[in-house]
Design a protein around this ligand. Structure first.
Ligand SMILES: *Cc1c(COP(=O)(O)O)cnc(C)c1O
Length: 771
């Protein structure tokens, strides 16, 4: 645990925050991860900041692009991005609000609103409501109701009073010709999730109009889709004179806005210099806000909040618990009023992987990002129900339990977590250490070996018994793909090639480990190798001597219903031609022409060989490809280098091919070098492991299939050393490997774990009867 960082923060922080003992380091959508890799469902959304979810690449991209162009630009000069945002705000905010003062937080928006109200009306009185929350600077704090926020700082600004919420008579008695403004929230969020009644808000607007006061609506928390419409005002049919916005406005970047209606603008009292802000309207925040508004609209997040909010409230209302007094809210701003203090329940939720908020002393507030998917929301609601159901005390989970294991879909959680950790070849170390922590929490023995491989086992190592080895790999090809779940599909680099199969191995092994008596069975070892995608295969080479497996499953996508029993071999050739520059019209061939002619020979030779030997079978064919070619020319010398890769059929006579390639190279004065040489590897359908897979796949009601792959894998590396009882298996469609569209079906992923669990049980039982 990052205790060290916790201590550092405790030592140097101001001390004004009560903190929970979690160190959040990463987020994606509605999920957060702590420093130990534990996953949390976020029902705080940064107090309402993260409506569009965490880790949005659109925001990162908008910020990066803008940061390179211009980050700061005070409003005393014009700016392109600010102009576009102002125009956009006028389009999306409720009618009649067409001018904006841009600032940096909700508190500042409220401060600004008060200043504008006094300036415009020439009056001083400000009326706020009981349980209202509007911020904590001296002005905004004056309108905040909660005593313990206010009292230590008295005296606050004069002429601010509080009236009962949802009580029109109280308002009628309080609003006078000294009243500059009345400020309300449409759902009091911090104050306990109390929803304003429609007649109240409309009556208040009418009273303000009659008596010359301004109605200020604080939508800092309710804005940007939270309550089921872009702004809650839309549901009340009122036009405030001033609307305060912040929190979600710029998708996580600090920004606030005071939206000014015609009453304010046409008063003629807004004079130059009457208000201002150094950071206000800076291009960086404006760019983030534009990107955020685009996402909100494009993903229809307000509708999503309405639908998911209705679902969640319905589920919570139907919950039977003496602990629950009332469920209230709008959209995804939900309050559960308890008969007891909420704090211990928040802690119990946190321990079970749900981060939620209080709203006053005894209201539990759920404020998830609006992008939360229904499975995640239901998972959070299940946990909320578990924690609240019937018990008068919070359920204390045994210490040391892991939410990844307790959650209904822990297997998916593991895969999502590791997709979020980049692991190019030779950069697998972060992932390896993360996997070690996860595997240990799942009950396995785990460590990182001397070449950097992740190793997890049902038994402590080293072991001299024969083992079942599940050999996957950790590295992926380059090309970031944002991790996201769309329906049943999980997108991310490595979802198919590497991480899907590897995560399935770990989950199945952990399940089996819980059910077997270790003494009776041979060890099951999962290896996440390094450098499979690189020609070096250093990870697999590092373990060939360490184990004598009785069976080996290679982690490569075959689909959950098929088993791969053969991989072709591989030979890589790096070639290079260098010669003095010649005039392009001259008789000599250029280095490019020499290289291309060489490739043509290789191609024709393979064509002829295949006609004689391969028939129509791609697996039996010799398949060369020109993987890269580039040339340089500096006026003195020209140089062409290229790489040719062969896919080799089984039992191919490699030395003859190598001689032939050398001879052609010699004839054309071209240098070649061989690398990445693997022979093809093929096993049969009748090996015990293949039979175990057939039975396991059948037992799930699916017809099994066999595959031969035209590529190579670590099977080629370990096959020659480890014998015939080897297959490759893993969920995923291998045609998505190395593509920008890489994704895996979660149903298939879970199916593969079930199949693997079945296979591992069979292997364990074989051993038990053999003994
Ligand atoms: C959060 C909040 C504020 C204060 O915003 P900050 O950005 O924290 O200054 C004001 N009003 C409401 C309704 C809020 O929820």
């Amino acid at each position: 645990m990052g205790t060290n960082l916790v201590e550092i923060e405790n030592q140097y922080t101001s001390g004004v925050y009560g903190k929970r003992p979690v160190e959040i380091v990463r987020g994606q959508g509605a999920l957060l991860w702590d420093a130990e890799g534990r996953r949390y469902i976020d029902c705080m959304a940064g107090h309402g900041v993260a409506n569009i979810g965490h880790g949005r690449t659109e925001i990162a991209a908008a910020l990066a692009a803008q940061a390179q162009r211009l980050t700061t630009c005070p409003e005393v000069v014009y700016n392109d991005v600010r102009a576009r945002l102002l125009e956009r705000l006028a389009q999306v905010t409720p009618e009649g609000l067409n001018n904006f003062f841009l600032c940096n937080s909700g508190t500042e928006a409220v401060e600004g609103a008060f200043k504008f109200a006094r300036l415009v009306t020439g009056r001083t009185g400000i009326i706020a409501t009981l349980r209202g929350f509007h911020g904590r600077s001296m002005g905004a704090l004056s309108a905040t109701w909660e005593k313990h926020y206010r009292e230590p700082f008295a005296p606050l600004i004069p002429d601010v009073s509080h009236i009962r919420y949802n009580d029109l008579n109280a308002a009628a008695n309080a609003i006078t010709e000294d009243t500059a403004a009345v400020i309300i929230e449409l759902v009091q969020a911090e104050g306990g999730v109390h929803v304003a009644q429609e007649e109240y808000v409309q009556g208040l607007a009418a009273l303000c109009r009659e008596r010359g006061a301004l109605l200020i609506i604080d939508e800092i928390q309710t804005g940007f889709g939270r309550t089921g419409t872009l702004f809650a005002c839309e549901q009340y049919g009122v036009q405030p004179a001033i609307l305060c916005l912040a929190k979600s406005l710029a998708g996580g970047v600090p920004m606030g806005a005071v939206c000014l209606g015609t009453r304010v603008m046409e008063s003629g009292h807004i004079s130059k210099g009457s208000h201002g802000s150094t950071f206000g309207g800076n291009p960086l925040a404006c760019a983030a806000a534009l990107a955020t508004l685009e996402i909100l609209e494009h993903e229809e997040l307000a509708n999503r909040a309405a639908a998911l909010g209705a679902h969640a409230q319905q589920r919570l209302r139907s919950m039977q618990s003496p602990l629950v007094r009332e469920v209230r809210g709008r959209g995804l701003l939900i309050g559960i009023e308890l008969t007891k203090r909420v704090q211990p329940y928040l802690e119990a939720l946190c321990e079970r992987g749900v981060l939620a908020l209080p709203a006053g002393a005894n209201v539990l507030r759920l404020l998830p990002p609006l992008v939360i998917d229904q499975t995640q929301l239901d998972e959070a609601l299940d946990i909320v129900q578990e924690v609240l159901r019937g018990s008068s005390r919070p359920v204390q989970p045994p210490t040391g339990t892991n939410s990844l294991l307790d959650a209904p879909m822990p297997d998916v959680g593991l895969l999502v977590s590791i997709l979020n950790i980049a692991s190019l070849s030779r950069q697998e170390s972060t992932l390896a250490h993360f996997l070690v922590e996860q595997a240990q929490q799942m009950g396995l023995y785990a460590y990182v070996d001397e070449v950097g491989n992740f190793v997890a086992s049902t038994h402590p190592e080293p072991t001299d018994q024969p083992a079942v080895v599940l050999l996957g790999h950790m590295d992926t090809v380059p090309g970031n793909i944002p991790v996201r779940i769309e329906g049943d599909l999980l997108y991310g680099r490595g979802a198919v090639d590497a991480k899907g199969p590897l995560a399935a191995f770990i989950c199945a092994t952990a399940r089996v480990a819980k059910q077997i008596k270790a003494a009776n069975v041979q060890p099951i070892v999962v290896v996440g190798a390094v450098e499979e995608e690189a020609a070096t295969s250093r990870g697999a080479r590092g373990i060939v001597g360490r184990y004598q497996p009785s069976a080996c499953i290679i982690g490569e996508p075959s689909s959950s219903r098929a088993v791969t029993i053969g991989y072709k071999g591989r030979l890589l050739i790096d070639g290079c031609v260098t010669q003095q520059s010649s005039h392009s019209a001259g008789p000599a061939r250029s280095s490019n022409e020499v290289a291309v002619a060489y490739w043509e020979r290789v191609r024709r030779h393979a064509e002829e060989w295949n006609q004689q030997h391969a028939g129509s079978s791609a697996f039996a064919a010799l398949q060369p490809s020109l993987r890269s070619i580039q040339s340089t020319h500096d006026g003195l010398e020209e140089r062409t280098s290229f790489t040719i890769g062969y896919r080799l059929p089984p039992a191919f006579e490699l030395s003859a091919l190598r001689e032939q390639l050398q001879r052609w190279a010699y004839e054309d004065d071209l240098h070649i070098q061989f690398s990445g040489e693997e022979v093809a590897y093929q096993t049969t359908r009748t090996i015990p492991l293949a039979r175990a897979f057939i039975a396991a796949i059948r037992s799930t009601g699916v017809q099994p299939a066999f595959k031969h792959k035209t590529g190579t894998s670590d099977m080629n590396v370990v096959g020659p050393h480890w014998g015939q009882n080897i297959v490759a298996y893993g969920p995923g469609d291998s045609s998505l490997d190395h593509t920008p569209n890489e994704h895996i079906s979660l149903t298939e992923y879970t199916h593969a774990i079930d199949v693997l669990e079945h296979v591992l049980h069979t292997l364990a039982a074989q051993r038990e009867t053999a003994l």
